[in-house]
Ligand binder design. Structure first.
Ligand code: 1GP
Length: 260
């Protein structure tokens, strides 16, 4: 056991997937709070944010971003969030988004990228690092839909058109048949509107084994309710945490009041 693991007490490592699935099994929707290390300027403020989101009931923290992220920034953010006793899961835009301090990592392939680097290139560079750090990999299909945002631009995605859900279904089925446990429908951080509930519903109803994650542009409680009713298993909110923390807490509570 490394000194880092001893210090962290190895509370969550290897148990994050089971933690999520155990909640889903009893009909709980999962809420993930996304923190972008590039936007964190003050760790004391981050600690207060973490405390409030944790008290509101968020299930885990996602840490990552597409641009301006350094491994040492990720380390500081992860270490600050550890005190809330919730899993800290990396959401890497590239290999620089990995940190030995985290519990798990969304091991993602950006399936609708035009660049093989984002489908399997970064993954083969990152996989040995994940093994060395002892992070728990959560196999995730990352599918950029609609607006796409910075993740779509940097990842050279061809965002799927919202008016053609059959394409999203085809991607989601391919992901499920490839054994990917999580399917992240990404509308793009800061998207003017979230992915439509209808789109989520089509994808959810055509898959049976994978868990559907939805994020991007979720700012209103009614968005959460509609996306939850459409069948999402996991809801991610990010930007709202910086722009209106009170609203972010409300969204967490709305997710946690919803039933699968
Ligand atoms: C971005 O889906 C996440 O990757 C969250 O999006 O920042 O718009 O909440 P927002």
């Amino acid at each position: 056991m490394s000194i880092v693991e001893v210090l962290r007490g190895m509370r969550w490592r290897g148990k994050v997937n089971e933690y999520i699935e155990s909640k889903l099994r009893v009909g709980e929707l999962i809420h993930l709070s996304l923190i972008d290390p590039a936007k964190v300027h003050d760790l004391r403020t981050l600690s207060e944010i973490g405390r409030r989101l944790s008290a509101a009931g968020t299930d885990a923290f996602l840490v990552g971003g597409s641009i301006g992220v350094s491994e040492s920034d990720v380390d500081s953010v992860v270490t600050t969030l550890e005190e809330f006793n919730k899993p800290v899961i990396l959401f890497p835009g590239n290999v620089n988004g990995l940190s030995r301090m985290a519990d798990a990592v969304l091991f993602m392939s950006l399936l609708n990228s035009d660049d093989p680097y984002f489908i399997i290139g970064a993954q083969i560079i990152g996989a040995p690092i994940i093994k060395k750090y002892g992070l728990e990999p959560l196999p995730t299909a990352y599918i950029v839909v609609g607006y796409g945002g910075t993740a779509g631009f940097i990842g050279k995605a061809r965002p799927l058109p919202l008016e053609k859900p059959e394409i999203g279904i085809a991607y989601a089925l391919a992901a499920e048949y490839l054994g990917m446990k999580y399917i992240y429908l990404e509308g793009g951080s800061g998207s003017p509107e979230p992915i439509t509930p209808q789109y989520v519903k089509y994808v959810r109803s055509s898959t049976s084994k994978s868990y559907i994650m939805v994020g991007g542009g979720i700012r209103r409680a009614e968005d959460v309710t509609k996306i939850a009713d459409a069948g999402a298993h996991i809801i991610v909110t990010g930007n709202i945490i910086e722009s209106d923390l009170g609203r972010a807490e409300e969204l967490v509570k709305t997710v946690k009041r919803s039933k699968l």
